[in-house]
Design a protein around this ligand. Structure first.
Ligand code: AMP
Length: 384
């Protein structure tokens, strides 16, 4: 991956349904970042994405880094769902926005907000190259065996039902950092991205072979408020016997499940405080969380055959020695161990010297990855 040159300025926008996060980079250095929240919510002063981008522009202008600055090289947009159309960062044109629009049914909670941000910044800076970086793109290399659900193929094709995976910019960044840590680009890495959303991936030589999120970000690991893996029969049962509507089930599995569903709390810090006080709901929630994660480590070990690095990242992965220790406890026979002192310090390698698998804590940096990917596709002539 290209490393951003010292003079290039990239504005990174993560424009969600109700918030806009931004970061401004000069080269690899983050000069400013912030978030505008509660877009379009009742009583909020921020009526829509136009108003949110106005605030972002104002905050940047205050620091002489405005969106209208002639020194800005490009704008990089995070776009959640690229379907099978977008497997690379893509220069945004009318055709590209139309295609992202077509993908809205696959990501109804995410792509509309992403598009709203793109529309506003294209209006503000029609002269500037703007690039879409897709959350799904890094996972486009998973094989048909990994991507296909075992349901009727024609139906699945017609409705574009397959596994896509998400958090791709983070998995790309962290797996590359992990490879740099062992000095071998060809190595095999398991990335555990544990934030409020959570996903795992198996990466070999920089190519993703497997990932835990599926057609939507619901599949896989236990998350803050999402259930992760669930017998699909449970959903049928909730509808038929539980009398729940599809919208109610949607809310249940996306917003009221995971750690929140198990113990009423989605913040892992609070869960751990309650754990220390021997709260039985928190104990169960924590054990379900770590058990699921451990199962995925085992599964991805088998997918890769040989594992060189297990990398923890995201708010929980970077900050919870207890999650890391509990998840990997007792796996010495697989060459996996965690050194208690290194784990407590929680930076870089946390496995003891001499174990076959290096376990590492690698802070993710999705904004820097978007900056790099944005610059990588710009024609040389457009770069200062
Ligand atoms: P992210 O989505 O990557 O920003 O991660 C958010 C999650 O990280 C929340 O559930 C936080 O509780 C969790 N988190 C942040 N700091 C800590 C910490 N010191 N220990 C455990 N979890 C943490």
């Amino acid at each position: 991956m290209t490393v951003a040159g010292k003079t290039e300025r990239v504005l990174v926008l993560n424009s969600g349904s109700s918030s806009v996060k931004y970061a401004l980079f000069i080269g690899e250095e983050r000069l400013a970042s912030g978030i505008v929240e509660r877009i379009g919510e009742p009583g909020s002063p921020v009526a829509d994405h136009e108003a949110a981008l106005d605030i972002v522009a104002g905050e940047l202008a205050d620091r002489n880094l405005g969106i209208d600055s002639p020194e800005l090289t490009a704008i990089g947009h995070r776009v959640v769902h690229g379907g099978t159309d977008f497997t690379e960062p893509t220069l945004i044109t009318d055709e590209v926005t139309a295609k992202i629009e077509e993908l809205v049914p696959l990501a109804p909670l995410h792509n509309p907000g992403n598009l709203a941000g793109i529309e506003v910044t294209r209006r503000l800076r029609p002269d500037l190259p703007q690039v879409a970086v897709f959350d799904t793109a890094f996972h486009s290399t998973i094989s048909p065996a990994a991507a296909t659900y075992a349901i009727d193929r024609k139906l699945a094709e017609r409705l574009r039902i397959r596994r896509y995976g998400f958090h791709g910019t983070s998995h790309a960044y962290v797996s590359r950092e992990a490879a740099a840590l062992v000095g071998r680009p060809g190595c095999n890495v398991i990335v555990l991205h544990l934030g409020n959303g959570a996903s795992a991936s198996a990466v070999s030589g920089g190519r993703c072979l497997e990932t835990s999120m599926g057609m939507t970000p619901l599949e896989g690991l236990v998350m803050g408020t999402r259930s992760g893996d669930l017998d699909p029969g449970v959903l049928l049962y909730l509808a038929r016997t539980g009398g729940m509507s599809f919208d109610e089930i949607d809310t249940l599995v996306n917003r009221e499940s995971g750690m929140r569903g198990l113990c009423g709390e989605n913040d892992m810090r609070t869960v751990q405080e309650r754990l220390a006080a021997k709260d039985p709901d928190a104990e169960l929630a924590f054990s379900v969380y770590c058990h699921r994660l451990r199962k995925y480590v085992g599964a991805y070990y088998a997918v890769l055959g040989v594992v060189d690095v297990i990398a923890f990242t995201g708010g929980v992965g970077e900050n919870s020695p207890l999650v890391r220790q509990t998840t990997l406890d007792g796996l010495e026979a697989l060459g996996i161990a965690v050194d208690p002192e290194r784990n407590r310090r929680g930076k870089g390698v946390i496995s003891p010297d001499g174990t076959a698998v290096k376990v590492a804590v690698i802070p993710t940096n999705e904004e820097l990855e978007i900056t790099r990917q944005t610059l990588a596709i710009l024609p040389r002539t457009k770069r200062p």
